[in-house]
Write a protein that binds this ligand. Sequence first.
Ligand SMILES: [Ca+2]
Ligand SMILES: [Ca+2]
Length: 472
Amino acid sequence: MERNFRKTKKALVALALSATCVLSGVPMLRFSHTPVQAYYYQSVKTNIIKNGDFTTKTDRGDNFPASLDGNSWTVSVSENVSCGVIDTENTSYNYGLSVKPKPSTNITDPDKYILMFRGASEATGQISEQYVTSDSATLENDKFYEISVYAMTQGTGAGTIYSPELDMSLPVTTKEWNKYCFYVQTDSFDTKAFTLQLKFSKGTTSGAVFYDHITVSEVAEADYLSAVESDSCTKKSFQRTMLSSYKNANFESGLNFWTVSGGNGESDIYVNTKGYIDAQINTVFESTGIKSESFDGTSSSTKSLLFINKEDVVESKKISSATDEDLAKDNSLTIYQHGLYRLSFILKTGGNTSGLKVTLTPTNEDLSSKAITQSELKGTSSTDARNGFSVVSFYIQGSSARDEKVALEMSIGTEKGWAVVDNIVLEAITSTEFSKKTSTNTLDLSSMTDTSDIQNGQFNFATIDSLSPVIL
Ligand SMILES: [Ca+2]
Ligand SMILES: [Ca+2]
């Protein structure tokens, strides 16, 4: 309700500003974002993926699976794999399967068609080539979605459900039907196009993978939040897209929206490019004896933030989320009223570094005493799949009175060494998840009592309006 109320406030402010602009003859170029939508937090179950039950297909005769290609899906398979839609009630042909499956009994009113991948003669371990891709669908901004897929394997088969745009995937390994789900909370401002890929990851002639009943549905916020603990999906890997974090929070646009200050020539901050050792950085590594390492923390990242102290220093350079009276340059994080959030990033450190220091500071001066700092953060995971990176998390509890803004500052200690940071993401979390926090990593803005928020509402609207596309 608070979110609705917040939006209603924005709508009123927008209306007032619009009227002012019209009356004063000022062009309304600033209102490029549609600021108002009707309210929608009722449960909505409309499938936006096309042909998710595979009932539309191109028949190829009784002895072959029907072609899915061009029927709202694009098929990318090699000749080593048989891929198509099978009729589970066809009694005259088994499509080369040891056992022809039935549709899942958990699907209400199932049709008889399912998608099959079956290994042929040389189909072992061809992970990247065998998949079908859905037509692109659009996730609207500021909503909640459940993306669900029924899938099962047979024999040596294994599959993967993957969305390249969402960077979400789930392995399919079980030999009975299970419902696999992605939960997505979309960005507050921008719609997101996405596709779904259903893959045949592994299998020989005795292996197959089946998919059915693909749905992409908007759900109510309450359903989305309760899905973390519920078992409505038997095989769920609960993943979410990030909310709008800091702008350029993955440093793919270099240091845009960030400010570097402090330190001296023995301390520096770079943007490191994947697969490319910058000559200047390499010289630093060679001269200091710091061993160059891989900085690739995420599969989609091409650039990351690199702190280096070439020698022990009195003070290292620091990076801050830029704040500016010009709102177009402001890079504070908005923490909505009553919200519970986790802010996290990946970190890798080396040399003799005393570690990363991170400070979160409310930009409202009345709240400056609430700022929190964590020092000596080390990122040296040996077991994590993220190429040795560790995940560092902070928890933030929103104000009970109004939206607030939070600035971020990072530096490394005074010892010779380095740290790599990337992928600062913000997630809305449940109270159960929030309870996992510790006091040292929690920014608590909840005790604010000021309820005078007319000015703040206007400020919020202006901030949203001035955002260029958010880079995530
Ligand atoms: Ca079906
Ligand atoms: Ca990056």
